[in-house]
Structure formats: structure tokens, C-alpha cells
Design a protein around this ligand. Structure first.
Ligand SMILES: NC(=O)C1=CN([C@@H]2O[C@H](COP(=O)(O)OP(=O)(O)OC[C@H]3O[C@@H](n4cnc5c(N)ncnc54)[C@H](O)[C@@H]3O)[C@@H](O)[C@H]2O)C=CC1
Ligand SMILES: O=C(CO)COP(=O)(O)O
Length: 367
């Protein structure tokens, strides 16, 4: 038995779900998953949700969630199913879990994996799915640079199989049961189908594809494009310019993804995780909003995140930094002029007006 998966008591044949994260998306997902475990056979009906504990109006957030069945800080106004239990101790939340849903800002994944590994409470043969849109730092290999969050989870938890879920999924809209689609990328088809059962609803339609790296990279990279779209809005350049940024951004996403992992497939970019997510995030996401405010106010991203997001986290700036460092180290920056321009506006003091002043032809090369 792998040490990471040693367990105290795992006699039940029922799949037991643990949601690792409870932010805006984590809470919306808790509503879906909490409902689906009661509609399908084979699942333990209690769903634990790990909450990074904090005080809200003088009370621990977990106590409020468990008493009111609402995440008053990160998803106010939405009732969570009463079978979702908020738990501040990660090792306890994951005790005997066979299905782990990772839905944390990417910077907190490594820490969560360390705790899970150290406490060894998950069930042998457990499976995971990552809903994280970002890249991780590759701490476990000899090389440096970004790696897929799913790879980090697999390496940290002794080879656990990790599927990914990503799509045009603004959390608040899904929590209000407005129709949307999403994409699950699987390595093991049976696991992909199991997660389909856990997530699919009439208002949240899942498509499963055998391109986990493509699905995951789409989710991470579109946040860079969304910051660029926000800059366009901040400059008041209009919809044609924004469409151009979306198109060029999608091309650079595709080129980067295929260079990063040669298994990535073109058709994945036509799934919800691809073009649809770029459109939705460039219209209504947090990265777009903060990108716009960056141009309008001249404040730093850290300041704007604190002022505008009430504890929610921006994923696009650090992903942009990681991706552009990776490209620069390999002398490939010139092939990605939009990504590099967004990077230089964010981190090098380049004037935002430069968002349209780059050599577009370079984007088209070597796709
Ligand atoms: N919000 C959305 O509409 C969507 C978000 N996503 C992705 O889902 C992932 C999670 O995002 P959200 O649920 O929106 O989170 P969020 O940005 O709303 O909230 C931040 C979360 O981080 C937690 N946190 C703060 N410090 C922490 C620490 N030191 N360790 C662990 N946790 C800590 C907070 O308690 C909070 O739950 C991200 O990768 C995001 O890109 C994906 C689809 C939609
Ligand atoms: O991923 C999202 C929608 O699919 C949300 O994007 P933001 O993190 O920019 O809000």
C-alpha cells in the first residue's frame, strides 16, 4: 500500500467525496456535487468541504456555513445542500475520501498536497480531479519552471490519477443555475465517467474528452488573455479590438499548449474549456475586471486584488509571469508577442497603449 494513501477505515464501497477548497467556485461546485451524490447510487451522501478557516463578522466561517448552509463570504445568497459539511482541518476533511476535488487558487495546491501526504488519510485507490485554473511550480523535479497542477497532485500523492474540469464557468452564474457547459479531460476513461456523474446536471452540461493536458492548459492560459481584454476595456478601445485580442490570445494559447505538451489536441480548443471560456472570461471574469482597473487607476495588481475581490484571488498575473519566464528562458518570447506584451505591461512598466502594438505575424508562426 502506498504510504500517501494509507487509511484508517475504508470498508465502505461507496465513493466518498472531499472538496478541497471553498471559494467562489469551490462553493458553487459544492452545490452541484452535494446535490448529485443524493441523485446517483454509489456515493456516500455526506460531502466534506475543506475550508481555509477565517473569521467572518467575529465567527469562524465553517460554523456559519454549517449553521446557515451558505458561504456568506465567497458565495453569498446561494443555499448549499445540507449534506455538505464545512471542515477546517484538511486531514479530517479528506479522511477516507475516495474522490478528491481540488478547487483552490493554484498557489495553495502544493501546501494542501503536503498536508494530505503527511496525514495519510485518503483511501487507497482514491482518484482526484483538478478544477484549478493556473500552473504550479515544479518543486518535485530537478528542473525549474511551471508544471501542470494535475502533475503536481499526481507526484505529491503517490501516482494518484487526476482528471481535470475546466470550462466557461463563471461561478455565480452556475450557482444561480443558468445553463452552461464544461469539459472534463480524463486520463482514465472510467474515472472521467465517474466524475461526469458527479458534476453533470441539466444546467451544467459536461462533455468528457481524452485530452487532460489540453483542457488544463486552456483553463490556465485564458486568464492571461482576460487580463489583456481588461486592458483593452480600460483603454476604451472597443469590441473589435477586444475580439482581436481574443483571437490572437487563443492562437497563442494553442501554440503554447502544443509546445508545452505534444499530446494536446486542436479540437479541445473548440470545447467549453477553449474558445467558450476565453469569451466568457474576457466578458465577465475577475481577471478582465482587474485588468481594466489596472489601466484606469494605475494601482498595482496586489492592491486591486485586495480592494476589489474581497478575499478572492486573481490567477492571471502569476500565470502570465510563469509562462513568460518559461518562454524567455527558452528564447521563445518573440513567438508569443501578445503574452509577452501583457507581461511587460503588468511587470515591466510598459504603457498599456502597447497592447495593440506588437508584431501579430509572430503569433501565426510555428503553430
Ligand atoms: N470563481 C470562478 O468563477 C471560477 C474559478 N475557477 C478556478 O477555481 C480555483 C479556485 O477559485 P475560487 O473557488 O474562485 O476561489 P476564490 O478566489 O473565490 O477564493 C480564494 C480561496 O482561497 C482560500 N485561501 C486563502 N488563503 C489560503 C491559504 N493560505 N491556503 C488555502 N486556501 C486559502 C480562501 O479561503 C478562499 O476559499 C481557481 O484556480 C480559479 O481560477 C474556475 C472556474 C470558475
Ligand atoms: O474561469 C472563470 C470563468 O470560466 C473565471 O475567471 P476569473 O477568475 O477571471 O473570474
Amino acid at each position: 500500500m502506498s504510504s500517501a494513501h494509507a487509511s484508517t477505515n475504508h470498508s465502505s464501497a461507496l465513493e466518498k467525496v472531499c472538496i478541497i477548497g471553498s471559494g467562489n467556485w469551490g462553493s458553487a461546485v459544492a452545490k452541484i456535487v452535494g446535490g448529485n451524490v443524493t441523485h446517483h447510487e454509489g456515493f456516500d451522501q455526506k460531502v466534506n468541504m475543506w475550508v481555509f478557516e477565517e473569521q467572518f463578522e467575529g465567527q469562524p466561517l465553517t460554523q456559519i456555513i454549517n449553521a446557515r448552509h451558505e458561504n456568506v463570504k465567497y458565495l453569498p445568497g446561494i443555499r448549499l445542500p445540507s449534506n455538505v459539511h464545512a471542515e477546517p482541518d484538511l486531514a479530517r476533511a479528506a479522511r477516507d475520501a475516495s474522490l478528491l476535488i481540488f478547487v483552490l487558487p493554484h498557489q495553495f495546491i502544493a501546501g494542501a498536497c503536503r498536508t494530505l501526504k503527511e496525514h495519510r488519510t485518503i483511501r487507497p485507490g482514491a482518484k482526484a480531479i483538478s478544477l484549478v485554473k493556473g500552473l504550479a511550480a515544479d518543486e518535485t523535479s530537478s528542473g525549474s519552471g511551471p508544471c501542470l497542477v494535475s502533475s503536481l497532485i499526481t507526484k505529491s500523492l503517490n501516482g494518484i490519477d487526476v482528471s481535470v474540469l475546466s470550462g466557461a464557468n463563471i461561478a455565480n452564474e452556475i450557482a444561480e443555475e443558468k445553463f452552461s457547459e464544461t469539459t472534463i479531460g480524463y486520463r482514465n476513461r472510467r474515472n472521467g465517467e465517474l466524475f461526469y456523474q458527479l458534476f453533470n446536471t441539466p444546467y451544467f452540461q459536461v462533455n468528457i474528452v481524452n485530452d487532460p493536458c489540453g483542457v488544463e492548459l486552456c483553463g490556465a492560459l485564458k486568464n492571461i488573455v482576460a487580463i489583456g481584454a481588461g486592458m483593452v476595456d480600460g483603454l476604451g478601445l472597443g469590441e473589435n479590438t477586444k475580439a482581436a485580442i481574443i483571437r490572437i490570445g487563443l492562437m497563442e494559447m494553442m501554440k503554447f499548449a502544443k509546445q508545452f505538451d505534444s499530446t494536446v489536441r486542436d479540437d479541445t480548443f473548440f470545447e467549453s474549456c477553449g474558445i467558450a471560456d476565453v469569451i466568457t472570461t474576457c466578458a465577465g471574469g475577475r481577471n478582465r475586471r482587474v485588468g481594466e482597473a489596472f489601466v484606469r487607476t494605475g494601482k498595482s495588481f496586489e492592491e486591486l486584488e485586495r480592494e476589489m475581490l474581497n478575499g478572492q484571488k486573481l490567477q492571471g498575473t502569476s500565470t502570465c509571469q510563469d509562462v513568460c519566464d518559461y518562454l524567455s528562458q527558452r528564447n521563445r518570447g518573440p513567438e508569443f508577442p501578445l503574452f509577452m506584451t501583457i507581461h511587460d505591461i503588468c511587470f515591466r512598466g510598459l504603457a498599456p497603449e502597447n497592447i495593440t502594438k506588437f508584431n501579430r505575424r509572430q503569433t501565426n508562426s510555428k503553430i
